[in-house]
Design a protein around this ligand. Structure first.
Ligand code: ADP
Length: 695
């Protein structure tokens, strides 16, 4: 047995003039109680039919119905059974509905007495707002239907319900027939329910006020629930986005997750996120969410990959200046985009607008182009900041015909996400820096290992020579005095080479580790060159040296450097120049001041030159063109590496030039200029370079 006809639908079909109304569950409960109380308070023996959607709803009222049953024998209670509710004829008639019956969706109460008649015929409205799993929201369940005092409506409803009852309980046919004739027949009670009552007892206005009151309270409650659940939803959203972006240390992934999640949550037409600095002239849109378009809607133009002006973007500059979100509700008439003065702007801002005049107009043009190209009607820009530093921007675009004003809670949500993205970006950056540092450390470790290997080799070579010589001297007493002398000289030479190597190596280590204390002071470059030359002359005989020319202007400004180290660098460059140039060749020291704060010093020679592809390598530790073992000119291979560290110490640069083999070489370095000699001296000397030749 299955009844699929809704009593409400049948009633509305039979009486099309009836208008449905929406009732909250709490209102229906109050009305039902009022109707039941009316029965309990009176002396009538009315016909009562109550349909509960479920057995549990009936159980909550069962005690009332036992009391009502004492008033009348015509009491029918219907419900969809859940546990022990079944057809029975005990204190009243119970009718167990098939659960799939349409009646189990409805709430009915029909009371027809001698002096009154009223009915409540409603059906539950299934709305997405009402979450029946949440018991707190149960009272906001909504129903739609009829509640009336009209006797004829009540009679019709009772008839429909009695017919249903007869289908379920055919054995009650006689009792139902009696009910119909007594309460529903034409000869039954006249429709005197309201007119019969004295005006003062008319319950209608009172009940209506009651319903209005209840409904208003329910609406307030519902609103409060909604705002709480919106808040809860927002927090859940922020948490889920935060969790998603914190899972990654890859900035691209973070921005992509953020733009997609935020775009979906906010439901704006377009959401874009880009990284930028406050001073950037422009950026490229890297991440975008576009709201999916419905059928027939115009597709939105994607901005991803688009160059986005920042310097010429008045809105971006406003965000940078105030470090706060900026929004434009209607891009068509906002003065900031149209270069008009806004009468609502504060005095200070208006002054700025006036003083900037045309600049402001021209500045907004690229932005206006974007707005047109991408159909942006309303725009919201929220900065991603970290400790006052701009990391990027979140932009929401609304592209509809009508402008859109973002609500407070939407703005708060975007701000919360922007903050979280900022933190995640900084974390990712810190991680990247750490990785970088790790790689540098690994490289340093590799270099150190290489260095130990090379140094070991460089030291072992002379040591082996010394050992062989000394062993030969010790083991062969018959060795000729000439050979003995050669052996001794070789051992001594290699011992000296070792000493120099260790000394250079220690110097380089000190310089590279940053342990050197620099003592910069104003220095005369000529004096430093003279000192460096005296070192060379002390080490080499005049006949070995090529012709050395110093071409330095008399009025050369003083340089600012640590004197000891400047002389060391010059001595090393001059030593190389002399070493790799035959006595017939030439070495020249010259300077060049090109108006900057640095002076360029060049040590040039006409010697053996350097292959162009080796010009950088010569500054590497232990680089020697012919290899350490075949070295004829002597040296440690550390000289130029030391020079580079010294020059780096005063913030200068060093580099080599050469046209190639046997074409001579030029070594240049820069050194800061300290101050110029007094004007008068320069005027007398005429600024001509002095040229001296030394041999
Ligand atoms: P060393 O001179 O002790 O070998 P350096 O570091 O001073 O070590 O020089 C490294 C290498 O650079 C030299 O061995 C040589 O091959 C090359 N070099 C340096 N100066 C000159 C120069 N003036 N002309 C040609 N080659 C040079």
């Amino acid at each position: 047995m299955n009844i699929t006809t809704s009593v409400l639908a049948s009633l509305l079909q039979a009486m099309p003039q009836l208008r449905q109304q929406v009732y909250f569950k709490s209102s229906l409960t109050a009305l039902s109680h009022a109707m039941e109380d009316q029965v309990l308070a009176g002396s009538d023996q009315p016909l009562i039919i109550a349909n509960f959607q479920r057995e549990r709803f009936y159980r909550q009222e069962a005690h009332r119905y036992r009391r009502i049953a004492k008033r009348t024998s015509q009491l029918y209670v219907l419900a969809a059974p859940e546990t022990d509710f079944k057809n029975s004829s005990e204190v009243h008639e119970t009718v167990a509905l098939a659960p799939e019956d349409d009646l189990s969706q409805e709430w009915h109460l029909v009371v027809i007495g001698q002096h009154y008649a009223n009915c409540l015929i409603c059906r539950e409205r299934l709305t997405p707002v009402a979450d029946s799993t949440n018991s707190e929201m149960d009272t906001s369940r909504r129903f739609e239907g009829i509640w009336t005092f009209e006797r004829n409506v009540s009679k019709k409803a009772a008839e429909l319900l009695l017919n249903c009852i007869e289908v379920y309980r055919p054995e009650l046919a006689a009792k139902i027939a009696e009910a119909k004739s007594r309460y529903l027949g034409d000869s039954a009670l006249a429709d005197t329910s309201i007119s019969f009552l004295p005006e003062s007892l008319n319950p209608d206005p009172f009940v209506h006020r009651l319903v209005t009151y209840l409904q208003a309270g329910q609406y307030k409650l519902l609103k409060a629930y909604r705002s709480i659940s919106a808040q809860e939803q927002k927090e859940r959203l922020v948490n889920s986005i935060t969790a998603a972006i914190r899972r990654s240390l890859n900035p691209n992934e973070i921005l992509e997750v953020a733009v997609q999640e935020l775009g979906q949550a906010i439901g704006s037409c377009r959401c874009v996120i880009y990284c930028c600095k406050a001073t950037d002239a422009a950026t490229t849109i890297s991440h975008e969410f576009l709201k999916p378009t419905e059928q027939g809607e115009v597709k939105l133009a994607p901005t991803q990959g688009q160059s986005w002006p920042l310097q010429d973007n008045g809105l971006f500059q406003e965000v940078v200046q105030h470090q706060e979100p900026v929004y434009v509700e209607n891009t068509q008439d906002d003065p900031r985009l149209n270069g008009r003065k806004d009468s609502r702007q504060p005095q200070a801002e208006r002054r700025t607008a006036k003083s900037k005049g045309n600049a402001r107009n021209s500045r907004t043009t690229p932005l206006k182009n974007l707005i047109q190209q991408f159909s942006i009607r309303s725009v919201l820009m929220v900065p991603m900041l970290y400790q006052g530093q701009l990391l990027g921007m979140v932009e929401l675009h609304h592209c509809g015909e009508q402008p859109y004003r973002w609500k407070e809670d939407e703005l708060a949500l975007v701000e919360a996400i922007a903050t979280q993205v900022g933190v995640a970006l900084i974390q990712a950056q810190a991680y990247a820096n750490l990785e970088d540092l790790n790689q540098q450390l690994e490289a340093l470790d590799r270099t150190r290992s290489n260095l130990v290997a090379i140094t070991g080799h460089e030291l072992r070579t002379p040591l082996s020579t010394i050992q062989v010589c000394l062993e030969s001297l010790a083991s062969e007493p018959d060795m000729s005095p000439e050979l003995r002398q050669i052996m001794l000289n070789t051992a001594l030479t290699d011992a000296e080479r070792m000493r120099k190597l260790i000394q250079d190596f220690l110097t380089l280590s000190r310089l590279e580790s940053g342990r050197v204390q620099w003592h910069p002071e104003p220095l005369s470059l000529q004096e430093c060159v003279e000192l460096a030359l005296s070192h060379i002359r002390a080490r080499r005989s005049e006949s070995e040296l090529p012709q050395i020319t110093i071409q330095v202007p008399e009025d050369l400004p003083l340089v600012r450097a640590d004197g000891e180290w400047l002389v060391e660098a010059l001595a090393k460059l001059l030593d190389n120049a002399c070493k790799f140039t035959t006595p017939q060749g030439q070495v020249m020291i010259r300077t060049q001041s090109n108006g900057s704060s640095m002076l360029e010093v060049t040590v040039a020679d006409t010697g053996r030159g350097i292959e162009p592809n080796r010009l950088e390598d010569v500054f590497d530790r232990f680089y020697q063109e012919e290899g350490a073992l075949r070295r004829t000119a002597g040296g440690t291979g550390l000289g130029l590496a030391i020079c580079r560290q010294i020059v780096k110490g005063w913030g200068g640069e060093i580099w080599a030039d050469s046209a190639g083999k046997d074409q001579g070489s030029q070594f240049h370095f820069t050194v800061p200029i300290s101050s110029r000699p007094p004007e008068t001296k320069r005027a007398t000397d005429g600024g001509q370079p002095s040229k001296r030749e030394i041999k």
